[in-house]
Design a protein around this ligand. Structure first.
Ligand SMILES: NC(=O)c1ccc[n+]([C@@H]2O[C@H](COP(=O)([O-])OP(=O)(O)OC[C@H]3O[C@@H](n4cnc5c(N)ncnc54)[C@H](OP(=O)(O)O)[C@@H]3O)[C@@H](O)[C@H]2O)c1
Length: 324
């Protein structure tokens, strides 16, 4: 099969197209003909060698994690999936490829109304939004939630999920186009963080109380502001430092303590044992069209290098997806 490889850590060495043997499904696994692969900041940070999981990889390796496609074969003991079924999920063996393996217990069913490109936009973004809002924040109906980076992969999922949970959703974005997407998917108000004072606007929109939850996708730039605009006993869920923005941030200790704030980090890799239950709960929501992915850009697999550059530039809406 055709695949796209990382041959050396660091973004100076371009991704390389090549051939790899077709993966063989082991017990509990399904072989998927990949129709679309999501482009996520995770694989860029792994490729840079900066992510902890990079230490576990042997070069060259196939880049990427999120896929959608059709089941081609099932390994021993797999029940409930047959050839031709449309599925989505997170593969451990590399997503930028024509074929990939999924653990059957961690595989979602792709509704017929959803394209493969949408399906490839679900695994990391939606499961991370679930982790942030349902598991870590335990957000409640009526809570005010601010989604920092609302038009990004995680952000536009978090807006939709928070709305479904009955929350009031505010979001930040850098342009009118991105603000429109945030509103389309359910944000009540969008703040242009380049032009407006985010903290002042949030206080205005919440009558001076602040928000119950911040879903923070750009902690490197926003953590201090985000802590300062939570209500007493509010939560800042640190989903990420920001695409391509490194690993450090400034923690405003006095502001956090002064409002009894809870600052919670997450890494969605740890969701693995909970995935079967999360997928069961997500299934009806996706089937009814209750949450949809916005695919801002589809590119051929051969343009994987360019796709990651677009991701780092921020010049896209929602998700970038590769088509083998
Ligand atoms: N912990 C985990 O398990 C996990 C899982 C998924 C993602 N992440 C991390 O979460 C972050 C977001 O992921 P993603 O997939 O949503 O990335 P993405 O699709 O690249 O979206 C990031 C969004 O942030 C916006 N942004 C940039 N600077 C901003 C700022 N100062 N304030 C507000 N928004 C800003 C970007 O648009 P503009 O530049 O136009 O503003 C873009 O819309 C990344 O750091 C990623 O590594 C972590």
């Amino acid at each position: 099969m055709k695949a796209v490889f990382v041959t050396k850590f660091g973004l100076d060495t371009p991704l390389e197209a090549g051939d790899a043997p077709d993966p063989k499904p082991g017990p509990g696994e399904i072989l998927v003909r990949v129709r679309a692969a999501g482009v996520n900041p995770l694989e860029v940070s792994v490729r840079q060698g900066a992510h902890p999981s990079a230490k576990l990889l042997k070069l060259p390796y196939i880049c990427g994690t999120d896929i959608a496609g059709e089941v081609e074969a099932a390994g021993e003991g797999v029940q409930g999936f047959k050839k031709g079924d449309r599925v989505w999920g997170r593969t451990a063996g590399g997503a930028y490829a024509e074929k990939a393996l999924l653990a059957a217990a961690e595989t979602g069913r792709l509704p017929s109304a959803m394209s493969f490109a949408e399906g490839a936009s679900l695994a990391i973004p939606l499961l991370t939004a679930w982790n942030a809002l349902v598991i870590k924040a335990e957000a409640q109906a009526g809570d005010a939630v601010l989604v920092q980076g609302g038009a990004g992969g995680v952000g536009h999922m978090a807006i939709q999920l928070a709305r479904r949970m009955g929350c009031r959703v505010l979001a930040t974005a850098s342009s009118d186009e991105k603000a429109d997407l945030c509103r389309q998917v359910g944000a009540e108000a969008v703040i242009n963080y380049r032009k407006e004072d985010v903290a002042a606007r949030v206080m205005e929109l919440t009558g001076g109380r602040g928000v119950d939850v911040v879903v923070e996708t750009v902690a490197a730039e926003n953590l201090a502001t985000s802590v300062g605009l939570t209500c007493v006993n509010g939560k800042v869920i640190i989903v990420g430092n920001g695409t391509g923005k490194g690993g450090q941030g400034t923690f405003p200790l006095r502001d956090a303590m002064g409002r009894d704030a809870r600052i919670i980090t997450l890494a969605s890799g740890f969701l693995k044992p909970r995935l079967p239950e999360i997928l069961r709960r997500l299934d009806p929501i996706l089937e009814s069209g209750g949450i949809r992915a916005h695919v801002g850009r589809e590119m051929p697999l051969a343009q994987a290098e360019e796709a990651q550059k677009v991701l780092l530039s921020g010049k896209f809406l929602g998700k970038i997806v590769l088509k083998p």
